[in-house]
Design a protein. Structure first.
Length: 478
């Protein structure tokens, strides 16, 4: 197989798929059974290699069958879209094929990552900043809890720790990764105390104080509070300032999970949503959410210089990696990973391309589109807004049949049929006992036409279900 032939063919396939990324006439996904998809992909590998043409056919088939996450009707997760600069950054990352643990092996990447950490940190208002890129927001959150644990139990790394004696306080609507982090750190899910939220999904500071007092008498030691800036379902922002007051009084580490919401700091109109961030001890920021940077791109930031190096100081035993003194530039000294992609590069190239003002404009446009969608829902007699909008998440549902019936089941069927038809993808979630559709404006391809078509599609499918077309009820999930 000629290397040039394969790459030239791949680049042409990539060009064609990239050109078609915003084609509204193409389905987001063609529904297949697992068996059908395996046959189309000819997924089995053999003892002998295949020719260039067959390899290119396989690559094209794979891309054709993937969910088109760049599509203007893709409103499902907290990420989406693909810019030319972001794609260029991803290609450069793969081509350089380095791991960013020492200056010796990744000098250019080191300079880029340090600049990106510093640039993100400027927006927090911290006078100083340290940080590292991680494999995703879940691991950024876990690293933050590890920093908090090591502050309250300084000898934990050497002597170990009975994690079941610790307690971390989170919003009742916080991300599930905090439960995962508690599992990994030995705290256990019982040590994750979920604090009641208000009618908009924000943690209640008064209830936080109450829960802390309860835990003090239970044998567990409070050590950390996690505020959420942009909850997964509602996009709610906890009051960082009020939670910081509690943490100050109780001497607790304040982590802010702003994987989704941190880009509001670019916007003069919306940065008030994270008022008080300068008082936090750590921050999770996912540029692959809202900023259009390709997956994955996540950073953990902290104003506590040296905290990451202390928590990751076990790398001193890696004599086979760290050959020369250079703690400032050997970024592996502040990471839980050894092998680590240079995820900062695509952020750098995207930032160089659009500038800080471009990020600000993008955030404002996203929120304006969310406001527009909110208005479309309120104006439609068949639809219901399920919670007040704070950012780019809009939670709604179809009111269902006028004759009554299970509205939750109705919306589940509606969403199943919508996804199977392939014109739109949107998440389904719960607010209390209510099933809601949760479109999120995080994809640069989404525009006013996308939103109007989305509302029309909901109403069309809703009318079909009301009239007795039970196609939605026959949809089976795989």
């Amino acid at each position: 197989m000629s290397e040039n032939q394969l790459l030239e063919g791949v680049f042409e396939i990539v060009r064609e798929h990239y050109r078609n990324r915003a084609n509204r006439e193409l389905p987001i996904r063609t529904w297949r059974t697992p068996e059908e998809l395996a046959e189309i992909l000819d997924v089995a590998v053999g003892s002998e290699g295949v020719g260039v043409d067959q390899m290119l056919n396989s690559i094209n088939a794979y891309l054709s069958e993937c969910v088109k996450t760049q599509h203007p009707h893709f409103l499902q997760p907290l990420w989406g879209g693909l810019s030319e600069a972001g794609l260029a950054g991803e290609i450069a990352t793969v081509l350089s094929n380095t791991s960013i643990y020492t200056w010796e092996i990744a000098p250019a990447a080191t300079i880029v990552e340090k600049e990106m950490i510093a640039s993100l940190g400027v927006l927090t208002g911290w006078g100083q900043v340290d940080g590292t890129f991680t494999s995703g927001g879940s691991n950024s959150n876990m690293l933050a809890l590890l920093l908090a644990r090591d502050k309250v139990i300084p000898n934990a790394m050497k002597e170990g720790v009975d994690g079941t004696k610790l307690a971390v306080f989170v919003s009742a609507e916080s991300h599930y990764s905090l439960l995962m982090s508690a599992h990994v750190l030995g705290i256990g899910m019982d040590g994750v105390i979920k604090v009641e939220t208000d009618e908009m999904g924000r943690m209640k500071p008064a209830m936080l104080r109450t829960e802390i007092e309860k835990i003090k008498g239970s044998g567990r030691r409070p050590f950390c509070v996690v505020a959420t800036a942009g909850t997964t379902v509602r996009g709610a922002f906890d009051s960082i300032d009020e939670l910081a007051d509690v943490c100050q009084d109780e001497n607790l580490w304040l982590h802010v999970d702003a994987a989704l919401g941190a880009p509001c700091l670019f916007s003069e109109r919306f940065k008030h949503l994270m008022s008080g961030i300068e008082r936090a001890d750590s921050l999770t920021w996912d540029p692959h959410k809202l900023m259009g940077v390709p997956l994955t791109c996540s950073a953990l930031l902290t104003p506590h210089l040296g905290a990451l190096n202390n928590t990751c100081s076990y790398i001193k035993s890696a004599h086979y990696l760290f050959h020369e003194p250079g703690e400032e530039y050997d970024l592996g000294r502040k990471s839980l990973q050894c092998g680590r992609r240079v995820d900062a590069l695509k952020l750098w190239i995207e930032w160089k391309s659009c500038g800080t003002s471009g990020w600000s404009k993008r955030v404002d446009e996203y929120v304006d589109l969310a406001i527009e969608l909110e208005q479309l829902v309120n104006e439609n007699p068949s639809l219901q807004l399920m919670t007040e909008r704070m950012f780019t998440n809009v939670c709604l549902r179809h009111k269902g049949s006028p004759d009554g019936g299970d509205v939750n089941l109705f919306n589940e069927k509606l969403r199943q049929k919508m996804v199977r038809d392939g014109r739109f993808m949107v998440s389904i979630a719960k607010i209390g006992n209510d099933t809601v559709l949760r479109p999120v404006i995080c994809n640069p391809a989404i525009d006013s036409q996308s939103l109007k078509s989305f509302i029309e599609e909901i109403c069309k499918i809703g009318d079909q279900l009301i009239k007795g077309d039970d196609m939605g009820s026959r949809v089976q999930s795989h």
